[in-house]
Write a protein that binds this ligand. Structure first.
Ligand SMILES: NC(=O)c1ccc[n+]([C@@H]2O[C@H](COP(=O)([O-])OP(=O)(O)OC[C@H]3O[C@@H](n4cnc5c(N)ncnc54)[C@H](OP(=O)(O)O)[C@@H]3O)[C@@H](O)[C@H]2O)c1
Ligand SMILES: [Zn+2]
Ligand SMILES: [Zn+2]
Length: 356
């Protein structure tokens, strides 16, 4: 086994503690990656909060990271030691089902192996995420990081970015389409940047009127304040695509009413059961959809698009020792627009004091 160190919750609290971790020895098609930067996704907050404390497996969150290859298994040909790579929230899939054959590993019929909290297909171990100095990953699921993308600001592309890219692309966002993004957070701000770069007329729907300036800076046309009934009524039937990234459970009705005839609400944020008034779909023949993460070809296409258009996340980089504060800030909606952990402090002794 390979020894590393990371941020783990192992008890019933929601506090992550610096913990020695083990990674598997490299299989022939594995890479070892030195994790440099890992984004803090709201799913990490949900995962920490979902722990009951009893019988839970230890949790190391983190599923959007960039780093550098430090070792390769003997069958690896796609990359070499020293290459910059990026890893998202899928680290394996069956490779044989119709979804995998179509390049939609994110929808693998046997469910993709998640980067953390998943079960390894070979040894049955629980996967431990990227809040860690090293990750061992099957080479197919490490994406070359295009030159020109800042590794810290590119890390969030691997979950937040690809999660909004796939539906925008699948639903045809581009010139002549009107896109609205509900919830201006980590996913939301990347959805705005991507939709604008795809050529769509893009708006934001937010509870926070003070985000209007940021919405404009990101290229949005306008901001609809979701708590203002008049503004919501004015925006009725206005958007061909609504990308809903809201992190809390909410009534879909008000957002469906903003969808234009034959348009689609893509519900990506808070996953779980929802109640839908069918009349909100019937009037205007509207569609309700969802999506999650992305397949390998779409991830490569998204990274290429971002490199060509100079798109990365708006990030605030924190030493990884501030991970608990980072999660708290995300819970309080005090992030504009993605916190990214710099894992290099894990090379220092635990006190974090540099010694010469
Ligand atoms: N489908 C997938 O595969 C996938 C992948 C990644 C993440 N997710 C999920 O997507 C959601 C967003 O993640 P994120 O990292 O972007 O989170 P985030 O940065 O915290 O952004 C979420 C945004 O939702 C809005 N919001 C929060 N609470 C709300 C409430 N009670 N009512 C209305 N709006 C509210 C806020 O925007 P305003 O201030 O603008 O209102 C907030 O900025 C999370 O639930 C996450 O688990 C899903
Ligand atoms: Zn995520
Ligand atoms: Zn499969």
């Amino acid at each position: 086994m390979r020894s590393t160190v990371g941020w783990q919750v192992a008890d019933s609290s929601s506090t992550l503690r610096r913990t020695p971790l083990e990674r598997r020895d490299l299989r022939p098609d594995d890479l070892a990656v030195r994790v440099d930067y890992c984004g803090v996704c709201h799913t990490d907050v949900h995962a920490v909060g979902a722990r009951s404390g009893e019988g839970d497996r230890p949790l190391v969150p983190g599923h959007e990271f960039t780093g550098v290859v430090t070792a390769t298994g003997h069958a690896v040909t796609r990359c070499a030691v020293g290459d910059p790579v990026a890893v998202g929230n899928i680290v394996d899939s069956c490779g044989e089902c119709a979804m995998c054959r179509a390049g939609q590993e994110n929808f693998c019929h046997t469910f993709p192996t998640l980067t953390y909290g998943g079960t390894d297909r070979h040894d049955g171990s629980t996967t431990l995420g990227g809040y860690s100095r090293e990750y061992v990953v099957r080479d197919r699921f490490a994406h070359p990081l295009p030159a020109g993308l800042d590794p810290a600001a590119a890390a969030p592309l691997l979950c937040a970015g690809i999660t909004v890219w796939e539906p925008l692309h699948a639903l045809g966002a581009g010139p002549g389409t009107r896109v609205a993004v509900a919830g201006l957070g980590g996913l939301g701000h990347l959805a705005v940047k991507l939709a604008v770069a795809l050529g769509a007329e893009t708006s934001v729907i937010s509870r926070s009127p003070d985000k209007a300036g940021d919405a404009h800076r990101l290229g949005a046309h306008g901001l609809v304040v979701s708590s203002d009934p008049e503004q919501m009524a004015d925006a009725r039937d206005r958007f061909d695509i609504v990308i809903d990234t809201i992190s809390a459970p909410h009534d879909l009705g008000p957002y469906l009413r903003l969808v234009a005839m034959d348009g689609t609400l893509s519900h990506l944020g808070h996953l779980g059961p929802v109640t839908v008034e069918t009349l909100d779909l019937l009037v205007g023949r509207k569609k309700l959809s969802s999506a999650g993460s992305g397949g390998r070809p779409a991830t490569a296409a998204m990274l290429d698009f971002c490199a060509r258009h100079g798109i990365t996340a708006d990030v605030e980089v924190l030493p990884s020792a501030q991970v608990n504060e980072a999660l708290d800030r995300l819970r309080r909606n005090d992030v504009r627009y993605r916190l990214v952990l710099d894992l290099s402090d894990l090379d220092l002794p635990e006190s974090g004091v540099r010694t010469g």
